[in-house]
Structures are given as structure tokens and as C-alpha cells.
Design a protein. Structure first.
Lengths: 397, 397
DNA sequence: GAATCACTCCAAAGCGCTTTGGATGAGCAA
DNA sequence: TTGCTCATCCAAAGCGCTTTGGAGTGATTC
């Protein structure tokens, strides 16, 4: 009887158990379960089991069904050598037939591994924006995890509680490693995680951190240097930068690239042409509108996000100007799935680097880091492609 | 000695254990650990513990430290009544001092609850787009989970493997319930999940499903009826609909609303003015460009996404037309954080409904569903606000 | 004074899995 | 026959937590 109850509660929340006692299929199963103790199954007996996929089977039941010990069944399923090949195929078939799925929590407890990866997204309550890049990054990473049989865990962390949050993650043991999003300059999370001993890969880098750590990043400085230089070669001299928040490492590097290009070509670096904010459409619009109203209006904009670039375009139109002819725009493009930058001819001239690809690579890096913890940190620098679209043209003379 | 090793391995990956054996603080701790067996700690003794936050403590160690049984400590921490208040405060203080965090997997195994919620995102490999809405939805939900002490788990499911995937999720026991994203018309997942007995809340609804189930949705039909009617009242008669994929339930309902409005006002429903695709910018651009080139070009567009609307706007500009004067646009607006629809005066006239709020509400619904499984399914219909922006005007005569 | 009760606390049995340390028996050489 | 190796399997001890079924106090009641 207690056995039945266990079985029922495995199928349905206990509150629903009663109603399910009347369920024909369950009754059927119940009878068989009882029979288990009287005369154990032969593998050729129970055909009904196959149809009963919704009733969960655990290792113990599976092993009783097979007349084998849990040890042997476990080993057969996990590919250990000390089991006869005939036995193994028999076990695998039974597992398939009874739709056996090992309980992740139990497996995790026993092995010490969680078979899950955490993604920690910092949320500041000042600008509570979700990075639009996140969805595509996750999509890339998720595929890699699925292949390796890992789950993906998400944690939103308010930025005051960061230290505590990471300790928690380690202590609660829900993940084997984490991907760190949105690194800032001199990000203390890196030292923290190294000390804690939780494997991690940073999406981005952190200037001023001297510890070795694993990261994957776009060459932001290089890309923005190249993009800016491209505008300079088109004759532009008053080039605005609409950057992201510059405590973010990526934005800091982009500004460096932008400034490098200007400096290399002897162009004055004008702080009044540089903005640093959360990269929304409205930000692009406002900043561009304001700058275009000046007597010494910029003739070109470098944007950190295609969304901001869309805002700039709106301001250009509003001002009665024509893109590429009067004002040029070049933008970073993360190749987001819902914001394709045009098709054959891109809308915006852009520095393109697929964030989805980055997600996939980051996941692979982390998985191999977890598999071989003794290996040195890996790093990966992705180059952005400069793709010429319809938003740039020679500076008006 | 074995005790030490356990401790070390709990702190650092085993590969790093060696180097940490030399670490002064660990040595210190090691000594104390050994001492545990000779003369158990008094709570006033070990001050050093406080500094050693990075060394994880489990329930057994905590209880030894306190000279209490694991039972009592567990009860004290989980708020059970059968423990003296003095004892409880002593326990809580010690837990704080030693930075004790219960192991989630173990807790889950023991209680049968995972303390985690799953989000299952269907990915089709035809159009492998990540719904841009997802980030904001998650942000809303995540806050609710965090408050309740739940983790958030993400699973990407290729749409052929759906049935198997949900069975897996149930069997592996990693979550207590799930949020179903992107319901289609007559979505079979709903019946499947009901049978499986996994609590769930659908973000959206599914037409033609007659089972009772929990959902939260925007009144899509009502919103689009209202929006279309608004355009009709402005004098528009040729109104195009740029909808999402219409096997998706939300898109299906939106078309119904659009058609209702036309029908109610005796306006001809022109299939050539209706499109149904993945809601990208380029889609909006192409469709609008094509339609605006016709002799009987539409004078207004109803869009299912602000991103598509941005594409339409681009086509309008390209055609040398002026928004609101020559062509009107009205769009659904999910109030995404990185795509604010302007500020005081919205860019687009829109049907606005915060998807972040929906996420937060969905999470609360699911949590209460899990807490009280016997309760009837809950449903929640959110109304979209019609907000007047600068993209609509009377039809040109 | 015995019985009852409320209040605290504890030992031990799980949860479902892995893994250690054998046990068993077949095969083979001496 | 004995002794040894291999191949195959198993019982039982964990993993870190919750929870059941008491046990030990005093205090209260009759």
C-alpha cells in the first residue's frame, strides 16, 4: 500500500492522488507493482508498461523489473565497462521501454555535479534594462548545453548584492559553472569567483583585472578604431560617439578605439561629441537631435548599438536630412535575430559580430573548463566584420 | 584526514586542493575541524570562522558547531514551532556567521520539491528567432522567483521534440512547474502537461483547447479591434495588417480583432493587405515597401510589433512619404526596456501592454499554483492601453 | 504521588542516485 | 586438486537534507 502511495505521488501532486486512484491505468500499474514482490517480472512479461509512460520509474523499480541490482543497472546506463554487453543492451532496452529518466537532483547529490550552468545577469535598479543581446546569446549557449546534457539556470542579481549572490550560487550547489555577463572595468566578480573556486567564463573582459581567467570577447577597440577610421577616410571630421555606459568594459574599449582613430589621423577629440548612456532608441534620438541642432553639427555618428542607431536615423529624418548624404551612421551590430541589419544590402554600415555565436562558443569553453578543471583559462577574441551598408557616404563638403 | 579532504574539496576543485593545503586560513580551519571530535565547540569559541566565509559549511558541521542535532538545526532554520526561541536565534546567528547555505539538491531530494521554475522556449529551426520579448518577460518573472527563493531554469526545445522534452522535464524533476511560452492554436502541450501533472502557466492562450488551464494573456483581439477602429475613425479605409505568424495564438487573435473592426464598419477585408510573418524589421520594411508601391496603396498599417513598425517607418521614408500625414502606423508595444516608445509623446500610436508585468504576474500565478495544487486554474486577461503617438493622423483625402 | 501534558530536543530512516569493496563463479595453469 | 585471474555482479555506504517517531524534562492536574 505504501508503495502505491509513493507511486501515485510520483505521478501527481498528492492533492490529486485521490482522484487518480480511480484511473484505470494506474490501477493496472498498482496491481503489477504489488506483483513485483510476489513474483518478479520477467523481461518478456509486462507489455502494458510501455503504454504507461506517464508513470515515472526510478532506478530501484527498473532494477527490480530487470532482476538486477541497482549497481549493475546504473553502471550499464552510464557506460561503465564491468557489465556484460548482453546485460547492457537488455538494460538499455528496458530503460527505454519504461521511459526511465534518472532524477537529476539525486544524481547531482551523488556525483557532486549539478549538470547545470548558471547565467548571472546583473540588474541595476537605476536603469532596469534587460540587455537585448541576452536572448540571442542564450539561444547560442542553450544549444551547446542541450548537446552536453546540461541544464541552463538563470539568476538575476541586483548589483549591490553581487558578492553574496555568487557565494550563494556556489554554496547552494545548483550549478557547475557560470557565465558572467556584463563585465565592468575592474570587475571584482572575477577575483571573487576565482577565490570561490567556481568555474566561469566571462562574456566580455575586464580592464584592470590581472588575474588569469577565461573570457570570450569581441575586439571592441579594434572594431571601433576601424569603423571610425572608415568615416575619417570618407572625409568626416566631426564624428560623434554614442556609446553605452562607459563603466561597462565593452563601452570603455570602444571609446578607446574611437579615440585612437581620431588621434592617429590628427582629428580633434571633442568631448561634447561623446555620449555614454543606456543604449536605447530614445537615447540615440535625443542625442542626435541635440547635436544636429548645433552650428558645428557632426556629420557622422558611431553607435554602440543598432537600436541607438535607429534612434539616430529618426533624428536625422526629423531634421530633414538624408542618411548617407548629409549624415553618416556606423554602428555595432550584434546580429540579433529580430533585428537583422537588412538583407543583401545592409541598412547600416556596421561592425558585425554575432552574439549568438559568442554564446555558443562561451558555452563550449565553460563545458570544457568544467570537464578539465586543471587546464589553464582559455580566452577567445572575436573580430567584428566591417560591413558596408547604406548609412554611410562621403562627408558633405 | 579524510575530513580535511572533504572540506577542501568542498571549497575548491580538487585540482586546486593541494595549493590550498598551504593556505593559512584553511590550516586553521583544519585544526578546528579536527578538534570537533575531541571537544566540540562552544558557540562563544571560534571567532575565526566568521572570516572564513568561503569555506562551505553543511548542516552536519553547523549542528556539531552548535552542539545540537541536525533535526533541531533544520527545524530552527525552517521556522518549525517545536524549537525554543533562544535556540532558534542562536542557530540563526551561527548560520549567518558560518555563512551556511542549504544545498539545494539535497533539500530538493528530501522534500521532493526542486525550488525551481522552468521556462520552456520553443525554437523552430525554420525561423530560429528568439522572441525579443523574452528578456523582459524573464526580468519580470525573475524578480518574483527571487523573492520566493526559487531558481529559474531555461530550456530550449526544438519543436519536433516537444512531447519528449516535457516528459523529460517532469521525470528529471528539476523544476516544480513551468511557464509555457509561445502557445499556438490548439497547442497540444497543454493537454500533455495536464496529463503529466506538472503545474504550468501559459503566457498567452490557445484557441481550441477546451481543458481548463492557467494562463495570462493580453486581450489581443480587443486591442487590435480597438486600434483598427481608431484608424477607421480617422478616415482610413485601406488598412494593412502586418501580423506575426498566424499559427501563433496571439497573432490569430489579433487578426480576428482587426477583421472585426473592419467588418463592423463595413470596410472590405482585403487579403492582399494582410501579411503574416516572423516580426522582424526587414519584414515590415519589405511588406510596406511593396504595398506602398501599389496604385491602391494602404494609408495605414497595423503592426504586431514595434520592430516591424520601425521597418514600416523606414519604407515610408524611403517612399518619400511623411508619417502620420501620408501614412499612419499603429503598433502593438510590449513596452520593452530597450525599445521605449518615445518618452512624453510616444513615437508610435500603440497598443501598449507591459510584458515585464505579465512576466511578474505569470510567476506569481505559478508559484501560488504550486503552493496550492488543489486550486482551480487561474486566468488573467490584461488590457492593452491605446496610447496616441505621432504616427497616426487623419487619412489623406 | 501518579498521570498527564506541553515543550524541547534527538536518532534514524528515508529521498534516488553513485561508488566502494567485495562476492561469486568460470576459466586456466600448475 | 589448488591457486589465481577475469569477468560479472551485488550489498551497502554515502551525498546533505527533511521528517517520523519517540525520549527526556518539568510543570500541571487529579
Amino acid at each position: 500500500m505504501s508503495k502505491t502511495l509513493r507511486f501515485v505521488s510520483a505521478c501527481q501532486s498528492s492533492a490529486d492522488a485521490e482522484k487518480f486512484n480511480n484511473h484505470a491505468a494506474l490501477q493496472n500499474l498498482y496491481a503489477r507493482q504489488g506483483a513485483l514482490h510476489v513474483a518478479p517480472f520477467r523481461s518478456n512479461l509486462p507489455l502494458e508498461f510501455k503504454a504507461l509512460w506517464k508513470y515515472l520509474v526510478n532506478l530501484k523499480q527498473l532494477s527490480e523489473y530487470l532482476n538486477l541490482s541497482q549497481t549493475t543497472v546504473s553502471r550499464a546506463l552510464n557506460g561503465y565497462p564491468e557489465v556484460n554487453e548482453n546485460t547492457r543492451t537488455r538494460v538499455l532496452k528496458a530503460a527505454q521501454d519504461l521511459n526511465y529518466r534518472p532524477n537529476t537532483r539525486a544524481k547531482g547529490l551523488a556525483t557532486g555535479r549539478a549538470l547545470a550552468i548558471g547565467h548571472v545577469i546583473p540588474v541595476s535598479n537605476q536603469h532596469e534594462m534587460v540587455n537585448p543581446v541576452f536572448g540571442d546569446f542564450i539561444a547560442g549557449a542553450g544549444a551547446a548545453y542541450a548537446r552536453a546534457g546540461y541544464d541552463m539556470m538563470l539568476t538575476l542579481v541586483p548589483d549591490q548584492e553581487e558578492v553574496r549572490a555568487y557565494q550563494d550560487i556556489k554554496a547552494r550547489g545548483t550549478v557547475d559553472g557560470i557565465i558572467v555577463h556584463g563585465p565592468i572595468i575592474n570587475d571584482e566578480r572575477i577575483a571573487l569567483l576565482s577565490r570561490i573556486g567556481l568555474p566561469f567564463v566571462v562574456h566580455g573582459r575586464s580592464t584592470d583585472v590581472n588575474l588569469p581567467y577565461s573570457w570570450i570577447d569581441v575586439n571592441n577597440r579594434g572594431a571601433f578604431e576601424r569603423g571610425t577610421q572608415f568615416l575619417i577616410e570618407l572625409g568626416h571630421r566631426k564624428i560623434a560617439l554614442l556609446n553605452g555606459l562607459e563603466h561597462m568594459d565593452f563601452a570603455f574599449r570602444r571609446r578607446k578605439g574611437y579615440e585612437n582613430a581620431l588621434r592617429n589621423h590628427g582629428v580633434f577629440i571633442d568631448p561634447s561629441l561623446m555620449r555614454s548612456e543606456e543604449m536605447t532608441e530614445v537615447y540615440g534620438y535625443r542625442a542626435a537631435k541635440e547635436m544636429l541642432a548645433r552650428t558645428d553639427a557632426p556629420t557622422a555618428f558611431v553607435c554602440s548599438s543598432i537600436i541607438t542607431a535607429i534612434g539616430v536615423r529618426r533624428a536625422v529624418h526629423d531634421a530633414g536630412l538624408v542618411l548617407a548624404r548629409d549624415v553618416s551612421i556606423i554602428t555595432h551590430d550584434d546580429a540579433l535575430s529580430y533585428l537583422e541589419n537588412g538583407d543583401d544590402v545592409p541598412i547600416f554600415t556596421a561592425l558585425r559580430s554575432s552574439v549568438r555565436y559568442a554564446g555558443s562558443e562561451a558555452a563550449e569553453m565553460l563545458l570544457s573548463l568544467i570537464a578539465l578543471p586543471s587546464h589553464a583559462p582559455k580566452t577567445r577574441l572575436l573580430e567584428a566584420d566591417l560591413i558596408i551598408g547604406r548609412s554611410t557616404g562621403p562627408a558633405a563638403t
